[in-house]
Design a protein around this ligand. Structure first.
Ligand code: MN
Length: 694
């Protein structure tokens, strides 16, 4: 096992000013945090992050990245929190580790399709720092190297497929071919062992049969360059098994028909020498027409640069030759990771933002040099993000939703109970309404209240089946109970108006096309059976005491189901109110001063919440609050309201300006005195510019 001193020395080798303390601290922290956890191989879990860190150090990455390698599984696999990481290792490392954790969670998405644009957005949103992606790829490389310890073949195949479809294209996208090549072959071996072995066997044969050919060609090239006075390093390179297989599939050809199984690589010092070398080769050998490619003038999307040519060798067979500089060679292997250079031992300062520039430049060049998003897609087979948005909980858990999904869908995505009780959401730290459509990478903090229940209006902007069906189910169930209860109360109320003791025997459901009394009450509550029909059913001769004093009592009914507070005047207890029965809606309560009342076409019904007292806290007032546009502004408001024993049932951002934003807040209150207290408390808050009841 690599010791902490060995790891530090490795980093100090290219970055003499590296923070050794931070590395040592992370080494010990990760070892202790993973404790007795074991890998599938039975080895201590810590070996895995340590190997990841070692590879990152071999790529000569900065200290924060190597530390992230050590800590990358901490958030997911141990009890350590983001806050702890932040406190011990600083925000940079904590954010990197969090990023790797989020990126890991895309893996169970395997098959769906998406446009490249979404993929770009997703990568931007998730890997806001390219180092996150680099660590993730090295993590996957180590997992693939140890995949043979996983017993279940199905599980191995799943991981291998994911590697081939997601991680290898990502590695290629940022030019890390050193990782791409290895994970592709490992994945291919696990997915198609027979094909892999067949190709490996044929390669072995060629290697034995053609060893002279490789040696001779290499010697000949070396001699040519020596004669020309150019210092070149020449090597032969075998094509990888998976790329051979891919080529066979794509062109429908046999192994024997592939002519670039062995390529030669000429590495020289300068770009001028590259073109000079090309001239020398083309002078010495016969050129295969149409095979020359200049990726130096026109680099590939991932910044790969080289000259490619094919010539006829001694045995009259085509030889592929790649010519490049040392620097191009490193980029060809390591891609973006090659940009962290510590030339001549010079240190790039930890705070240097060139790192960010590198990230932005490399990804932007990948995205912009491509003529169209489709081109990038050809590049990477990441096809699973179509019509999907990737959103995160405050703890970094990924919730995948269909395109157009809103905060309410997210709430139900976490848990049905969260959905049923949500009142609002903070999106990326800013207050937003439940109907806000979500974007890739959004982080959503759902605000719940134990007094909340699903609102019928939510159905209008819920997108997911889960949210819709839950809302519908609960609303339906409650509607049935509450309309029935309301119908019974209305029937009693009509009896009381006529001063007749309520008697169910006098009601004939069949006469009103109802199969049962419950159905009859339900239809009365819903306004389907008019109140006049009840007036007509009881005998005129009865003359009993009126126990209800001509009020309709509403205790036990939930506002928003069969009983509604009018949207126009938002009455609360203490207001003088009057109500009407609206067909298909139920009872709607207005203030007596409401202008809607004058033009109302329905019968007025006098209502009281409770027969005995008026303390039921079920009244809702809508407040318009204008507040300074600060992230903490919102929590101030909720704190003030809750510390005054009231509950928020709905929140909506009405308008957001640069300095101020205006909220509509529905607050559940006891009475008008309670409202006065809350208004006063809100006014006392310095961040509040204005507050009024509307
Ligand atoms: Mn890992």
């Amino acid at each position: 096992m690599l010791t902490s001193s060995e790891l530090i020395n490795l980093v100090k080798g290219y970055n003499p000013k590296a923070n050794a303390n931070l590395l040592r601290k992370a080494y010990i922290f990760a070892m202790e945090a993973h404790g007795v956890q074991k890998r599938a191989s039975g080895a201590p879990y810590f070996y895995h992050p340590l190997e990841v860190a070692r590879f990152l150090a071999e790529l000569k990455l900065d200290v924060a990245t190597v530390v992230t390698g050590l800590l990358h599984d901490i958030l997911e696999d141990t009890k350590v929190s983001f806050e702890e990481l932040e406190e011990i290792f600083g925000a940079e490392v904590a954010l990197l580790v969090e990023g790797v954790t989020k990126l890991s969670k895309i893996s169970y998405m395997a098959t769906e399709i998406h446009p490249a644009e979404n993929f770009q957005k997703f990568i931007f949103a998730t890997s806001h720092d390219i180092r996150i992606l680099v660590v993730k790829l090295v993590d996957r490389l180590n997992n693939m190297r140890t995949i043979n310890h996983i017993v279940s073949i199905a599980k191995r195949k799943k991981i291998a497929l994911e590697t081939l479809e997601i991680y290898a294209p990502l590695a290629e996208c940022i030019g890390m071919n050193i990782i791409k090549d290895e994970i592709e072959d490992l994945a291919f071996y696990n997915l198609h062992p027979e094909e892999y072995s067949a190709i490996a066997l044929k390669l072995e044969k060629i290697r034995n049969k053609d060893s002279d050919f490789v040696f001779d060609t290499k010697s000949e090239l070396e001699k040519v360059f020596k004669d020309a006075g150019i210092n070149a390093s020449i090597s032969g390179r075998e094509k990888k098994i998976y790329s051979i297989w891919k080529k066979m599939q794509k062109r429908n050809i046999s192994f024997e028909q592939i002519n670039d199984i062995i390529a030669f690589r000429v590495v020289v010092s300068t770009i001028q020498q590259c073109y000079l070398s090309l001239g020398i080769i083309h002078t010495h050998f016969q050129v295969v027409p149409g095979r020359f490619k200049d990726y130096i003038s026109i680099p590939k999307l991932n910044n790969y640069r080289s000259l490619h040519t094919s010539v006829i060798g001694q045995r009259h067979q085509a030889i592929e030759i790649q010519i490049r500089t040392e620097e191009m060679h490193r980029v060809a292997d390591e891609g973006v990771a090659a940009h962290w250079s510590y030339k001549n031992g010079d240190v790039i300062a930890e705070k240097d933002n060139s790192r960010n520039n590198v990230w932005i430049k490399s990804i932007i060049s990948i995205i912009q040099t491509a003529g169209s998003p489709e081109e990038i897609m050809n590049y990477s087979k990441l096809e699973m993000f179509e019509n999907r948005v990737f959103c995160f909980t405050p703890r970094g858990n990924l919730i995948i939703l269909p395109y157009g999904a809103t905060a309410i869908d997210f709430a139900y995505g976490i848990h049905t109970i969260i959905g049923n009780t949500c009142v609002g959401a903070k999106i990326n730290g800013k207050m937003a309404s439940l109907r806000t459509a979500l974007k890739n990478g959004d982080q959503i903090d759902v605000i719940t209240s134990p007094y909340q229940h699903p609102q019928a209006i939510w159905e209008n902007f819920a997108v997911t089946g889960k949210a819709k069906s839950n809302i519908k189910k609960i609303i339906k169930a409650r509607e049935k109970i509450e309309f029935t209860m309301l119908g019974l109360r209305l029937s009693k109320y009509i009896f009381s108006l006529k001063n007749i003791c309520f008697n169910e025997d006098l009601i004939d459901p069949q006469k009103n096309s109802c199969s049962s009394l419950d159905k009859f009450y339900f239809n009365v509550g819903k306004g389907i059976i008019s109140l006049n029909r009840i007036r007509n059913i009881f005998p005129k001769s009865e003359n009993q005491v009126d126990v209800y004093e001509n009020y309709l009592y509403l205790s036990g009914l939930t506002p928003g189901v069969a009983v509604h507070f009018a949207d126009c005047c938002h009455p609360i207890l203490g207001d003088r109110v009057i109500s009407v029965l609206v067909p298909q809606t139920g009872i709607v309560i207005h203030t007596t001063s409401c202008s809607c009342i004058a033009k109302n076409e329905y019968d007025f019904i006098k209502v009281k919440w409770n027969q005995n007292d008026e303390t039921d806290p079920s009244f809702i007032a809508r407040l318009q609050i204008v507040i300074e546009n600060k992230t903490e502004g919102f929590s101030l408001i909720t704190n003030i309201i809750s510390s005054n024993n009231a509950n928020i049932t709905n929140l909506k951002v009405e308008h957001r300006g640069i300095d101020f934003f205006s909220l509509l807040v529905d607050v559940k209150l006891k009475d008008s005195i309670h409202l006065g207290e809350i208004l006063a408390a809100l006014w006392m808050c310095p961040a509040v510019r204005s507050v009024k009841r509307i």
